[in-house]
Write a protein that binds this ligand. Sequence first.
Ligand code: UD1
Length: 418
Amino acid sequence: MDKFLVEKSPPLRGTVRISGAKNSALPILAASLLGTEDIILEDVPKLKDVEVMCEVLTCLGAKVEILDKGIIKINSKDINNYETPYELMSKMRASFLVMGPLLSRTGKTKTSMPGGCAIGTRPIDLHLKGFKALGAKIDVNHGNIGAYAERLIGDRIYLDFPSVGATENIMMAAVMAEGETIIDNAAMEPEIVDLANFLNKLGADIKGAGTSSIRIKGVKELGGATHSVIPDRIEAGTFMVAAAITNGDVVVENVITSHIKPIIAKLREAGCQVIENENKDKVRVIGSASPRAVDIKTLPYPGFPTDMQAQFMALMSVAKGTSVIIETVFENRFMHVDELKRMGADIKIDGRSAIIQGVDSLMAAPVKATDLRAGAALVLAGLVSDGVTEISDIYHIDRGYENMEEKFAQLGANIRRI
Ligand code: UD1
């Protein structure tokens, strides 16, 4: 199994181009099941999770072709299966996102219940609440879950929590339902807006994506379109923190700066300079020799993203002073803490809070990537640790970062895959 070896690195310098967003590409690939004509997706990141989603689409009968770097062509005219096998579901939770489109397209969908994962129990009750409200019958037995509906009828659905996946799945189920569906307390993440824009290009009638109330007027059918995936705000944030932690000077290209406001704000609070260009599609991050401790509370968008919590914790581990990081989105997202402590970080957990006392330096140690963003945090910590940090289980990192080691190496980081 691959590992990363990360050595203490000089301040990172140069320019890095951010890939298309994993969390946009996955729902958009799932939504491609809804159209009956050719769909061309551009700026699709080359990631393990994207590969799995393409396998899911193929297994459902869609034709998926990789045309060029980052360009995928999909035709779902002849989908002939409504079941996602356990093997694919267990490889990636986001496979669950095909349920909404299948229900809409074929009136039935079946898969295995997604299990828990490293960052929490991650229930799917809100997805099912939405399907039920649209008239589907839900059947759960022997670890399988099915949703069936002869016709879907629009309704008003209130989400108890603005779940990203539930908002996406319900939106996709509702696009061809009769009448109007309103999702209240919907997630407002940029990836929701990207999905809605894509669906509207296919012929859907969705308004309000990006606000907490999304209105979907059902249409008869959806066709084809060409669509470019938005840049990955979490990959951008990870490289911004890399510049900060190494006291470097890095230009991060292909970003939408309005999507990363909390990251920019917190880096500035920590004493870094963050300069946005006029087009708001690049940021330059100039580190500080002695970054300050800042407090962070993760929240649904536009709050501070939970997917950047671990990376900021790496930065806070070497900041001046004490910081408190409160994780409100997932109940068990502190798996990286024990690994950072192996590297000499001083962190205490109290329920959903982590109290981090910055230390002068970290020491290399063998560590394990327990999930995708935890893995990114360990790479960042490795860049400023004395010695060679050996990170195992980096398949988690490959799920969500395109060419991570090449991009880091281009900026002068000492990182290699073995
Ligand atoms: C998506 C992202 C993930 C990110 C997360 C929060 C993708 C592929 N993944 O995950 O990277 O960390 O948003 O920004 O886009 N919940 C329920 N019931 C449900 C659904 C969710 O209680 O039916 C809870 C979850 O347990 C969690 C919270 O809602 O505590 C947020 O989850 P959700 O927004 O659904 O995250 P995902 O869509 O799974």
